[in-house]
Design a protein around this ligand. Sequence first.
Ligand SMILES: [Zn+2]
Length: 354
Amino acid sequence: MESAAFRTWLDGIHRLDASQRDQAVRELVLAEAGIHGDAAMVASEPACPPPPAGAQTSGGAAAKPDLMARIGQSRLASIGCPHCDGDDIRPWGMAGGKPRYRCAACRKTFNPLTGTPLSGLHYPDRWKDQAQALINGETIAKAAVRCGVDYTTAFRWRHRFLKALTLDKPASLSGIVEADETFILESFKGKRRGLPRAPRKRGGKASKRGLSAEQIPVIVARDRSGATIDGVLPRLDAASIAAVLGPVVEKSAQFCCDGGTAIKAFARRAGVAVHVLPAPGIPRPEAPDLHINNINAYHGRLKEWMRRFHGVATANLPHYLSWRRTIEALGDRSTPEAWIRGAAGLGPYQQGLQ
Ligand SMILES: [Zn+2]
């Protein structure tokens, strides 16, 4: 903006009312944080002074009934009553901007979020911003600015939104299944006591190469439909791999892996046809479809995407694996609504979208 126009723009500031000033400050802070693209969506949200703790915002109530009603219908269809699994459910009015239901069997009432990690979370009018932060893979600091909440709340929201997705996994992997382990650098961020060693600076390198106490083994398997499962391994052994892959890899699968001892041992015990390929996989001319290039590419995308977090605490690693898995499973259906549904236990695998 040229300087005379900027002077005119600045002179307009004193004519803004409190709500316009509030909106302008948010826009400026978002611009400062480098958040672009959907500022219009943020600005179009009703101006939201923090409501009293425990209250449902009227803005959220006005903006949400359609989404909440749809989540309610989907949850009734998939799990029924969250208290007793009963399926004779009656509408029971509205409360706090959400439909309410009553179970004929146990006579308890509930709403679309009862029993989900979103239950009791405040400021529903800002959840679309939180979902957008997940879609963009934003840091806590950026998400806090986007949602207008403090850093601690943004951290809590991130993990509340990811919790249900850790259970959103494919029921089975079939056909050609590629599996490989990778290693994620362990972080002790946030822990002050009981450290096994002095904390590293953020994003540091492991002091030892390859497998060591500082590298957490992770297994990922993916079939050619794109269905993907992952898990943190307590140890790199066949039993740990079996705990993750055993329930989902079908007996008829063509199981492709590198020559790792643990993964080969798992495949033999599971009784699947195993094809050992060197990584990076160069398929044999007589079997061009048998390779592990897809799973290696997945590892590459996972690690590149995780770099922004500068190391994550081991206990939270399943959340980050699920976050990445959901980005991949939703693909171009990755909307804020899809992520709110996922946070309410209706992720892409649960809904059969993947
Ligand atoms: Zn019930």
